[in-house]
Write a protein that binds this ligand. Structure first.
Ligand code: FMN
Length: 172
């Protein structure tokens, strides 16, 4: 699959088959795609948390209380350490959010290539997530995603509602 087709095939999936687990080999290829992501000054200030245990998946439903989220057999969380991330000297810009976002995007696209569904989630309860994962003050999470096989209407591709290239480009 060429990259444009892959990127076009990625949708936010909000319906998962709770009976269909994610194969270990697929999960490892997805994690490997995250592992090789670029980061500022190659600091790699991240840890990818793979949640598969029933107890923890259950606990995470309080963090993002949607039925479809609870049905996913796996949740991936990218957590990062601010102190390890590169900072720009001129204005102290910290690359942590960018670094963690790239890892997540690599994994989400890799999951698409494996025929799996994902959904970028930022609207989670950050305080509850911090408690469940026992994050230190230095640790941050910007996005989590369920991973699983799409179910029902979710497998039907829908049109991408996007601005046109004309609207979003400036050719100088
Ligand atoms: C930074 C970010 C945060 C998002 N947070 C959520 C979320 O909390 N819950 C949700 O259902 N979708 C969330 N989404 C998914 C977007 O709604 C979705 O990507 C957008 O509507 C385009 O649809 P598509 O992903 O199917 O192409 C988020 C996406 C991004 C990039």
């Amino acid at each position: 699959m060429d990259f444009l087709t892959l990127a076009s095939n990625r949708y936010s999936i909000r319906g998962y088959d709770p009976q269909k687990p994610v194969e270990k080999e697929k999960l490892f290829r997805i994690l490997e795609s995250g592992r090789i992501a670029p980061s500022a000054a190659n600091r790699q200030p991240w840890t990818i948390v793979v949640v598969q245990s029933k107890a923890l998946l259950q606990a995470l439903t309080t963090v993002y209380p949607a039925k479809w989220f609870a049905d996913a057999p796996v949740v991936l969380i990218v957590k990062g350490r601010k102190n390890e991330a590169w900072k720009r000297r001129s204005d102290n810009y910290c690359a942590i959010e960018t670094d963690l976002t790239i890892v997540m995007d690599h994994m989400i696209l890799a999951a698409t290539a494996e025929g799996l569904g994902t959904c970028w989630i930022a609207a989670f309860d950050e305080i509850k997530l911090r408690q469940i994962l026992q994050l230190t003050d230095d640790e941050v999470v910007f996005a989590i995603t369920p991973i699983g096989y799409p179910i029902g209407n979710e497998v039907v591709t829908r049109p991408k509602i996007r601005k046109t290239l004309e609207e979003i480009t400036e050719w100088l």
